[in-house]
Design a protein around this ligand. Structure first.
Ligand code: SAM
Length: 392
């Protein structure tokens, strides 16, 4: 496909997204319907769609409207490219720019602040309040593609061995300061899932900040650990690489854990999926990686940036409080309750923990970590709450 034909495909996909579709599903359907497109075309079209979604407000403003076509015009202008070189109407290229399109759109210097940093109006007050002086720089960071990070499986290998194995398969990496297990892929990211290192369970794809969250969770030697909101098992597997404890995984939607047994087997980790977590209580550590706005991960999931409303935030904070209240009794005296979100919003983070401590006697905050994309990984919040020991 020519670059212009890829733009035309991205326009159609963005129109589908604006009509309410989900980007991944639209891309899958597009690939099925356009079998002639190679993997390079599919990857390039995906990048165009996600680049536009990350910067939706600004590219719409630069392109002069809220259509897929305007978004692509705006994206090219944002990159300093002249859309007319690709909008030629020749072959599979999009039709030439109309006179109003040529003169439409705001100049970059005239974009209002929230438009220029691609912040949604509804959540802007919470984000501004939560991020303080970092607000604009974090919002700018969320406009960029996220790096690809790997977690080395410390139960099976060392950083040096894994880097060497990956390098032999054309995948270049460098360690990342957010976690001793984190590698940032600098070359060959698309080869990771097909690599021997991946097949042998030496690495998993996991954001570096997500690994840092697992790092602060206290796993006692020989202890019992429950991941109360396991989902696909990213945190469970990061914890289970610390051998010597037993691990149980639970999720209110068990189907979300469907890949966990295979991932655990690949990593050589022993994890039991449980329907009724109370049956195995008490646990030395219960981790609650709760559903949240995902605002810290908007680089990877930009759709959520535009579709999450203040009403969703209010609903999610209720859900988070409920999960903490149900998980707390499962913790043994002297044990720990881990709380984590990939949110930048205080109402979901420190405020949630403070409210828990106000509702429950016999707990204290032992550790807390706040991360934003300015540290390189996604935005995350993690807290460790310690339950008073039975003898106290
Ligand atoms: C942020 S995701 C978990 C991600 C996962 N820990 C990981 O690292 O891959 C939150 C999960 O919480 C689950 N969940 C939502 N409400 C829940 C509840 N009341 N109890 C337990 N799990 C719940 C969701 O189904 C979802 O899989």
């Amino acid at each position: 496909m020519t670059p212009a034909a890829r733009i035309a495909a991205a326009i159609g996909l963005l129109d589908g997204w604006l009509a309410g579709g989900a980007a991944e599903q639209l891309l899958t359907n597009w690939s099925r319907a356009n079998r002639y497109a190679g993997s390079g075309d599919r990857a390039a079209i995906r990048d165009l769609v996600f680049d536009a979604l990350r910067c939706r407000r600004s590219v719409e403003a630069l392109g002069g409207g809220d259509t897929g076509r305007c978004m692509m015009i705006g994206l090219l202008r944002a990159r300093g490219e002249d859309p007319q070189t690709l909008f030629t109407g020749e072959g599979y290229a999009p039709a030439p720019l109309t006179a109003s399109e040529q003169g439409g759109g705001l100049p970059p210097a005239d974009l209002p602040e929230l438009v220029a940093c691609d912040c949604p109006d509804g959540l802007a007050p919470d984000l501004r309040d939560s991020l303080g002086a970092d607000f604009l720089s974090v919002m700018q960071a969320l406009r960029l593609r996220a790096p690809v990070f790997l977690r080395i499986n410390a139960a099976r290998s060392t950083v040096a061995q894994v880097r060497a194995a990956l390098a032999e398969e054309g995948i270049a990496t460098r360690p990342h300061p957010l976690s001793p297990t984190a590698l940032e892929v600098t070359e060959g990211a698309r080869r990771v899932r097909g690599s021997q290192a991946f097949a042998k369970g030496l690495v998993e794809v996991q954001d570096a900040a997500s690994q840092a969250v697992a790092d602060i969770m206290p796993v006692p030697e020989g202890g019992k650990v429950l991941d109360y909101c396991a989902g696909g098992g990213g945190k469970t597997l990061a914890l289970a690489a610390r051998v010597g404890a037993t691990y149980a995984a639970h999720d209110a939607a068990p189907a979300r854990m469907r890949d966990l047994p295979a991932r655990a087997a690949r990593a050589g980790a022993r994890v039991t999926c449980v329907q009724d977590p109370a049956a195995g209580a008490p646990y030395d550590l219960v981790i609650c990686d709760v559903p949240c706005t995902g605002s810290g991960a908007w680089r990877r999931s930009p759709e959520a940036k535009w579709r999450t409303t203040p009403a969703d935030l209010a609903r999610l904070t209720q859900v988070q409080a409920g999960i903490l209240d149900r998980a707390a009794p499962l913790v043994a005296p002297g044990g720990a309750l881990g709380y984590a979100t990939c949110s930048l919003i205080r109402a979901e983070n420190g405020d949630q923990v403070a409210a828990f401590l106000a509702r429950h006697d016999g707990w204290h905050l032992e550790a807390e970590r706040r991360l934003t994309p300015l540290q390189g990984g996604d935005g995350f919040y993690a807290a460790v709450l310690r339950r008073r020991g039975g003898g106290c």
